[in-house]
Write a protein that binds this ligand. Structure first.
Ligand code: ARG
Length: 407
């Protein structure tokens, strides 16, 4: 346990758990606590967080709208790489942690705090992501992780602690929460409790921002997304800021049941965990970005990006956003996006987001080359003969040897 702390900046949601943490920090470290609440588009009222922090005696309360920064500087750079962890997870929680930790560090520096604190538990990835970011941005700042320090072991003990300390406990928070939620503009993640056994089908009530595809409109909706330098910039011809655009895509995707996924992932800390994610806007964006890349990226560039993507995804998942190797890969990815511009038409229908048309002034697609009709002559059919012959040479040699040996 870290001793002699003078001031702490706490990542504060306003919920019961972080309110208890707030009280516990004041009691344990007997020092001033500053709260930081990030508006990440979690679609929760944040003013109650201010009132609660005030009630708990906090003088310096910071509530910051970081939605544009989140999408512009974290989500979009990540989407340039078509990033998916273990083939399925769009990293909605992972990508928000470095941003929150960055602000905790900034505020700590501003107010002269020597520590930051967070409410992530001792079994998850989020503690790692918060703390690696703090290490990378300001190694002098200490981290206090109450869930790893205090002796509160159960929900009952947590409620008792709250009651002893005059922290109001909402009725629905008395019992165990049926599962744990993390939400922001990119996704809603649900895990734990009723979802813990991967053999059990997730109950319908866990879904927060998407309709069941079965109940989605029978009529498809066709949308157009415009791209510049690999980032989405417009929807149906209207320019939008990054956060507004993602908000709109979330509404559209949610309405059509797009972006639900139920999976088991490998946590960095070594265990497997089952999660249900809803990433409506992100799922549309990923499909659309692949669509625009398909006509604007050269094959060599596209394949190289795809090769490094799993490594890049793993770095983000594991909390290494501010590590040099993530920044090096980012430079490579960003460089590839220079000509990734144009328009993609996507059809939303009963849980799917399918690209149905794409166009770009920078397109590499050549109708002349690909046409079944006679082209302009830059492609000579006879060249294909030699091309296949040379590529087949080693295969022929192998087959001849195998025949000789009777294999
Ligand atoms: N397993 C996800 C990740 O590590 C989500 C973690 C937070 N989600 C939650 N429901 N508490 O990125």
């Amino acid at each position: 346990m870290v001793k002699d702390i003078k001031k702490i900046v706490l990542s504060y949601s306003g919920g019961l758990d972080t309110s208890i943490i707030l009280k516990w920090l004041q009691e344990t470290y007997k020092c001033e606590v500053v709260t930081f609440t990030a508006d990440l588009g979690q679609s929760e009222e944040l003013e109650p967080a201010r009132a609660k922090a005030e009630m708990l005696g906090i003088k310096d309360i910071r509530i910051v709208d970081v939605r544009e920064e989140f999408v512009r500087d974290f989500v979009f750079p990540m989407f340039r790489a078509n990033t998916v962890y273990e083939g399925q997870y769009l990293l909605g929680s992972s990508i928000a942690r470095p941003l929150i930790a960055k602000h905790l560090v900034r505020i700590a520096q501003e107010v002269g705090a020597d520590a930051i604190s967070h409410g992530a538990t001792g079994k998850g990835n989020d503690q790692v992501r918060f703390e690696l970011t703090v290490n990378a941005l300001d190694p002098s700042i200490k981290v206090i992780a109450p869930w790893r320090e205090w002796d509160i072991q159960s929900r009952t003990q947590l409620i008792e602690y709250a009651e002893r300390n005059q922290i109001p406990v909402p009725k629905d928070k008395r019992g165990e929460a049926p599962f744990s939620i993390d939400a922001n503009l990119l996704h809603t993640s649900s895990e734990g409790k009723v979802l813990e056994d991967p053999a059990d089908i997730a109950p319908d009530y866990i879904y927060q921002r998407t309709v069941d595809p079965v109940d989605a409109p029978n009529v498809p909706e066709i949308i157009t997304i415009g791209f510049e330098k690999g980032d989405a910039v417009s929807l149906n011809g209207v320019k939008l800021t990054p956060a507004t655009l993602l908000t709109r895509l979330n509404e559209l995707g949610g309405k059509h049941g797009v972006g639900r996924i139920d999976l088991v992932e490998n946590r960095f800390v070594g265990m497997k965990s089952r999660g249900v994610y809803e990433t409506p806007g992100g799922t549309i964006l990923l499909a659309a970005h692949r669509g625009i890349e398909s006509i604007t990226l050269d094959r060599g560039a596209a394949h190289l990006k795809d090769e490094i993507m799993p490594r890049y995804a793993e770095l983000i998942y594991n909390g290494f956003w501010y590590a040099p190797e993530r920044e090096m890969l980012q430079a490579l990815i960003d460089r590839s996006q220079t000509h990734v511009a144009g328009e993609v038409t996507v059809k939303l229908h009963k849980g799917s987001a399918s690209v149905i048309a794409r166009s770009s002034a920078n397109s590499l697609y050549s109708m002349d080359l690909v046409t079944f009709e006679e082209g302009s002559g830059s492609y000579d059919h006879h060249d294909a003969e030699g091309f296949i012959k040379l590529n087949g040479l080693r295969l022929k040699t192998l087959a001849a040897r195998n025949k000789r040996l009777g294999h």
